[in-house]
Design a protein around this ligand. Structure first.
Ligand code: NAD
Ligand code: TYD
Length: 342
């Protein structure tokens, strides 16, 4: 099986590359990434240098380069992770989100179709459904109602994939996952930001009242779901992928758990101005994937959070290098306006 992984140097993509090499050692893996601020070659360097994985530095919005790739190599499966992925950055400026997430996905669809791939796994997000109040959960049939340019651009890319299935029989599966956490997550997202700020005795900028709820899934559980769906999911279908009810946790509680595990004081928490358009709660019904492919999460939130904290404790060189340069500029722009000090 020859696979192409886009966004392979990002958080989930790099975990997925490691997962495939260990769980499907007979699959050939090509890792594509243009290495934006969020892409870090170091995440997969050992596998590239040992010859287990081929690395391709290509921009998915470069139509010519993507078409050349699919002409020169025959891929059986594409796992498409490459995206601009951070809601706060999409509020500061949406152009890159539209370009990469919408146009980049269409370019990949066209090239993969011409290259006759057997499966195109489009990795999307529960954020396309919008916000829930305290009750209910979204199923695959819930209407799309995105709140940010990030989630709107992902919803657009989902629809382009499903349209390619209807028009051309393109063998795509769309997956919509809840919030992931684990090793190699860029420290702009809640969990790695708060772990690393706490380790540096900096404030933890909690938006609004801190009672927004996210459903957390440890990243290797997501990886396992994607492989199972690629092997036995139905094309033209959407599948939700989510954590268990115990992993649906308010941000304030996540913050307290991190501080407790690190032995840091709660006065590091600083409530700051809310994110505009902040979705209150996400929760998914995952009956479809459970019944059709027999997948469910294996790692509890308590266990996953402990593993994640241990990883950031053991890899301070990794995140300290990232929290410099462009990162500091972004931090000032995003949190300066919210009165968070840095
Ligand atoms: P990430 O920001 O950590 O990584 C994205 C990767 O894509 C980076 O390595 C970046 O360099 C690469 N990339 C960006 N633009 C590119 C381009 N034009 N060409 C080639 N590569 C490009 O994101 P992530 O958190 O790993 O998310 C991966 C995917 O999973 C995204 O599609 C995201 O929407 C989806 N997703 C993420 C979560 C989550 O909690 N992180 C949850 C559900 C779905
Ligand atoms: P985030 O990790 O950005 O993921 P998403 O917005 O895609 O769910 O944020 C997770 C939750 O944490 C969300 O409710 C916003 C909140 N949050 C904060 O309170 N402070 C922060 O500095 C960040 C980055 C997020």
């Amino acid at each position: 099986m020859k696979t192409l992984i886009t966004g392979a140097a990002g958080f989930i993509g790099s975990n997925f590359v490691h997962y495939l090499v260990s769980e499907r050692p007979d699959w050939q893996v090509s890792a594509l990434d243009v290495l934006t601020y969020a892409g870090n070659f170091e995440n997969i360097a050992s596998l590239v240098e040992s010859g287990k994985v081929e690395f391709l530095k290509i921009d998915i919005t470069d139509r010519e380069a993507i078409e050349d790739l699919f002409k020169s190599e025959q891929f059986d499966i594409v796992f498409h992770f490459a995206a601009e992925s951070h809601v706060d950055r999409s509020i500061l400026g949406a152009d890159a989100f539209v370009k990469t997430n919408v146009l980049g996905t269409q370019i990949l669809i066209d090239a993969a179709r011409a290259g006759k791939v057997e499966r195109f796994m489009h990795i999307s997000t529960d954020e396309v459904y919008g916000s829930l109040d305290s009750k209910g959960r979204f199923s695959e049939n819930s209407p799309l109602n995105p709140s940010s340019a990030y989630s709107a651009s992902k919803a657009g890319s989902d629809l382009l994939c499903l349209a390619a299935f209807k028009t051309h029989g393109f063998p795509v599966i769309v997956t919509r996952c809840t919030n992931n956490y684990g090793p190699y997550q860029f420290p702009e997202k809640l969990i790695p930001l708060f772990i690393t700020n706490a380790l540096e005795d900096r404030e933890l900028p909690l938006y609004g009242d801190g009672m927004n709820v996210r459903s957390w899934l440890y990243v290797t559980d997501h990886c396992e779901a994607l492989v199972k769906l690629a092997e036995s999911g139905r094309v033209g279908e959407v599948y939700n992928i989510g954590g268990e009810e115990e992993a649906e946790v308010a941000n304030l509680e996540v913050t307290r758990l991190i501080l407790k595990e690190l032995g840091k004081p709660e006065d590091l928490i600083k409530k700051v101005a809310d994110r505009p358009g902040h979705d209150r709660r996400y929760a998914l019904s995952c009956q479809k994937i459970r019944e059709e492919v027999g997948w469910q999460p294996t790692i509890s939130f308590a266990d996953g959070l402990k593993r994640t904290i241990d990883w950031y404790l053991a890899n301070s060189d990794w995140w300290k290098r990232i929290k410099s340069g462009e990162y500091l500029e972004y931090y000032k722009k995003n949190y300066g306006a919210r009165e968070g000090k840095y």
